[in-house]
Design a protein around this ligand. Structure first.
Ligand SMILES: Nc1nc2c(ncn2[C@@H]2O[C@H](COP(=O)(O)OP(=O)(O)O)[C@@H](O)[C@H]2O)c(=O)[nH]1
Ligand SMILES: [Mg+2]
Length: 226
């Protein structure tokens, strides 16, 4: 679950978490080893389809009128290749205009889906700002990150070419994937690809070699749930 300052939390599709807990503490084994949790954050301008993608992934349905100002977190058990894992998704909304709230969200994320709409050039331009903010907070060029061009079903309204989006992704050394929350095209793909990136980074960080080189990142700050 994600921590957010005054975020009204609703964990849908999963268990309720206790307040004032930390993600780290929640991940600790109780009786038996729990599934690994991969923490994903949806970022992007308003109206690009972050909530629609999240709800399509979680519940297999296309929601046309999800409240635009509401940030919510979701948890789901999924089979990632041979392993059962949990995915936590924070679907951000308007509050991230406040830098402190946004930074707090981003600090807690292990991977990011940076979404724009292929029908809105401005939303594509905004992805650079989100990328910069994430890199500043996470301080890690290799943070798991996918550039997602949503609303691919609206080809006749396309304003962003595949080529320009791919060029930006290449510049950032990340993958570019087009999706449709409406038709479900590539919806699973973006979440699973991102989880694989997160998993790979956790494996790399756990290697003793990386410790010696001081590559392992320590966040130093906890993700406090209020
Ligand atoms: N045609 C189409 N509409 C979409 C798609 N994704 C989202 N929408 C619509 O775009 C609007 C904004 O979506 P929403 O998920 O609320 O955007 P958010 O502000 O980024 O969370 C809603 O009316 C959605 O139904 C898509 O892939 N295709
Ligand atoms: Mg939304």
């Amino acid at each position: 679950m994600f921590s957010c300052l005054n975020l009204r939390r609703r964990l849908r599709g999963g268990r309720q978490g206790s307040s004032s807990a930390s993600w780290d503490a929640m991940s600790k084994p109780k009786t038996q080893a729990p599934a690994v949790i991969h923490k994903v954050i949806m970022v992007g301008s308003g109206g690009v389809g972050k909530s629609a993608l999240t709800l399509q992934f979680m519940y297999d349905e296309f929601v046309e009128d999800y409240e635009p100002t509401k940030a919510d977190s979701y948890r789901k058990k999924v089979q990632l290749d041979a392993e059962e894992v949990q995915i936590d998704i924070l679907d951000t909304a308007g509050q991230e205009d406040y830098a402190a709230i946004r930074d707090n969200y981003f600090r807690c994320g292990e991977g990011f889906l940076c979404v724009f709409s292929i029908t809105e050039q401005e939303s594509f331009q905004s992805t650079s700002e989100f990328r910069e903010q994430i890199l500043r907070v996470k301080n890690d060029e290799n943070i798991p990150f996918l550039l997602v061009g949503n609303k691919m079903d609206l080809e006749e309204r396309r304003q962003v070419t595949v080529e320009e989006a791919q060029a930006r992704a290449q510049e950032w050394n990340v993958s570019y994937v087009e999706t449709s929350a409406k038709t479900r095209a590539n919806v699973d793909k973006v979440f699973y690809d991102l989880m694989r990136e997160i998993r790979a980074q956790k494996v790399a960080a756990a290697k003793p070699d990386n410790d010696k080189k001081g590559k392992k990142k320590k966040s130093g700050r906890k993700c406090v749930i209020l």
